[in-house]
Ligand binder design. Sequence first.
Ligand SMILES: C[S@@+](CC[C@H](N)C(=O)[O-])C[C@H]1O[C@@H](n2cnc3c(N)ncnc32)[C@H](O)[C@@H]1O
Length: 306
Amino acid sequence: MNESYLNTVINDDCKNHLPRIEDLSIDLFLSDIPYGISLDRWDVLHNNTNSALLGCSPAQVGKPGFKRRGKPINGWSQADRNIGKEYQEWCSSWSGLLFPKMKDGSSLFVFGARRTLHRVINAFEDSGFILKDVLAWKKVSAHHRAQRASNVFRKRGLDQEAKEWEGWRLGNLAPIYEPIAWFFKPYRLTVTDNLLKHKVGAVNIEACKTNGLAPTNLLEFGFENNEKRVHEAQKPLSVLEFLIKLTTREDQVVLDPFMGSGTTAAACMRLKRNFIGFEINKDYYDRSIQRLEIFKNVNLRKKLLN
Ligand SMILES: C[S@@+](CC[C@H](N)C(=O)[O-])C[C@H]1O[C@@H](n2cnc3c(N)ncnc32)[C@H](O)[C@@H]1O
């Protein structure tokens, strides 16, 4: 059954295909799933019809991040408060489909948002997976988008208040890291017996050393200089390659049902792993295929993208 999915990205809703993947055939699940924080239309996974969502305030025009989101959700309405629950329901709608497909003892890395990842963890635990750790991917830099309270007051003509609130900001700290939930599928007997049987469940520390040092659960990776950016939520190849090298060997199979611009597939091709990928959005799908063209000549044994 996997032959038709192997080393291909399918342009469709992954939920239509996950049940058709061969049971116990996936060595690693690695996916940067929608975070449910309304970054874009594909990231709105709840029924909240707040008109500010995906709107655009004048201050956001021309800005790279959250360019289509209006003011933040203030949590006042019941619809705002249901967002987390509804996002978890969406995660559950596919996390259960994964369970039979993963090999016993295999790893699952799920990129998520700091404020919604607990919902992913609940959904995955309810589907039978065990949380192993939450890794922190530290980015090279982060924009501090919190407005200065004094500037806002000054615009309203409130000079006294502007002076009083000098130095204060309306918002968060600069978001320098993103969490990655690391799960494993339960296995029988011991991790060693499982490694012998299924060839998953150990970590390749030697392959993942940086300057001779063993990796920690703080991952520091950025984009390569020549890495083209084609998706607003694109992840650097380096961080995905690290996770692939850490948990798989050549020729093993990596599943990413939310492929975006194809970063997981590109990383697999560079590292000679097989991949199975889905992307619902035609435009991103086209971009991923275009992007993967350049890897076609990489030494892969299986058929690629044709
Ligand atoms: C966070 S982005 C992935 C970005 C990717 N890591 C990259 O580097 O380009 C998530 C992607 O999942 C896609 N998506 C959302 N729901 C989907 C579904 N049900 N099936 C397949 N793809 C889906 C979205 O269109 C979006 O491109």
